[in-house]
Design a protein around this ligand. Structure first.
Ligand code: NAD
Ligand code: TDX
Length: 333
């Protein structure tokens, strides 16, 4: 099933990895990527599958373009978003445009053409947990987003739920924890620190470094997305996570150690305003109902492989590095 697949945001981090995995594992799939190629999108991330993928440069909020592309698809997987919390604190405008209006535009098109839709979202819609609270997010945790980014993602999830209930749109939603792996923009925590160390710059930890994220390898996220598309129940929300909780300080210490530096060779910098303390996912619904399990169970070796990728692919990230660090310098971070 689903031989004609429209992947929005397929030139971004998770979307590009999804396209690679799809081309590798589903030889019959005809993949079209719709991507605006913003600062976060890079055509070169699709180079390994060029010839197997059609790239359309455009905006998910462009109703005419979206209508045409959806009409010729059997499945839409919607990754496109403005994805960085720090940017959303500086200027929320593109977050509302892409994350809210873009999702609305896609939903109207899949409604018109009765096309199966999968919505990619984040655990940040649930807000945060206390550091010493044993609780984890579940599909019934109330929405309580903290940042402009997470509130626009929460808005988009609620639109999907309403379009399922009111119009019978055939949609599923997944809310995943923090991803790491190849092709992630150097603005994000792990690639920023790896590339800083490559450049002889000390890693930068916000606040005290005590905040906890629940890390999952991008390949495991995307395998879970396929499990949901293939076997998930329409209208349902699945949480994706791999029991990868780790505080930021430990992540930085591990990167430093794996890169041959002293584990305390980092700086504490200004905290992010409204910084969520801790995220943690209970993925038992996904595991029990759909039989998904993560392949990357050892965060340390996943980090080691990711460090290797950034060392081997400096030409991919180098063009973004200076501008990214200049933005952080203005924030004292
Ligand atoms: P990213 O920023 O690396 O990529 C986003 C892509 O969307 C880019 O290629 C960009 O060009 C494209 N895009 C942005 N605005 C667009 C528009 N108006 N029209 C068309 N394309 C547009 O993001 P990512 O980290 O790969 O995240 C992908 C999705 O996964 C997002 O929906 C995000 O909310 C979600 N998510 C991310 C994580 C994570 O840890 N990175 C975790 C959970 C969920
Ligand atoms: O230099 C840094 N130093 C630092 O301590 C950066 C860039 C980040 N941090 C901290 C902030 C967070 O606690 O590291 C943690 C991870 O930061 P980000 O990579 O910015 O991710 P986060 O804000 O947790 O959001 C990510 O996961 C959920 C993605 O960017 C979102 O798109 C996704 O929804």
């Amino acid at each position: 099933m689903s031989s004609r697949i429209l992947v929005t945001g397929g030139a971004g981090f998770i979307g590009a990895n999804f396209v690679h995995q799809t081309v590798r594992e589903r030889p019959d799939a005809a993949v079209t990527v719709l991507d605006a190629l913003t600062y976060a999108g890079d055509e070169r991330s699709l180079a390994p599958v060029s010839g197997r993928v059609r790239l359309v440069q455009g905006d998910v909020a462009d109703a005419a373009l979206v209508d045409r592309l959806v009409a010729e698809s059997d499945l839409v997987v919607h990754f496109a978003a403005e994805s960085h919390n720090d940017n959303s604190l500086h200027d929320p405008t593109p977050f509302v445009h892409t994350n809210v209006i873009g999702t609305f535009t896609l939903l109207e098109a899949v409604r018109r053409h009765d096309v199966r839709y999968h919505h990619i979202s984040t655990d940040e819609v649930y807000g945060d947990l206390e550091l010493d609270d044993p609780a984890k997010f579940t599909p019934t945790t109330p929405y309580n987003p903290s940042s402009p980014y997470s509130s626009t993602k929460a808005s988009s999830d609620l639109l999907v739920r309403a379009w399922v209930r009111s119009f019978g749109v055939r949609a599923t939603i997944s809310n995943c924890s923090n991803n790491y792996g190849p092709y992630q923009h150097v603005e994000k925590f792990i690639p920023r620190q790896i590339t800083n160390v490559v450049d002889g710059v000390r890693p930068k930890l916000y606040g005290t470094g005590a905040n906890v994220r629940d890390w999952i390898h991008v390949e495991d996220h995307n395998a879970a997305v396929w499990a949901i598309v293939d076997h998930g129940r329409i209208g349902e929300t699945y949480l994706i996570g791999a029991d990868g909780e780790c505080d930021n300080r430990t992540v930085v210490e591990t990167i430093l150690e794996l890169m041959g530096q002293s584990a305390d060779a980092y700086d504490l910098v200004n905290d992010r305003p409204g910084h969520d303390l801790r995220y943690a996912i209970d993925a038992s619904k996904l595991r029990d109902e759909l039989g998904w399990t993560p392949r990357y169970r050892d965060f340390r070796s996943g980090l080691e492989a990711t460090i290797g990728w950034y060392r081997d692919n400096e030409a991919w990230w180098r063009p973004q590095k200076d501008a990214t660090e200049q933005k952080y310098a203005q924030l004292g971070r």
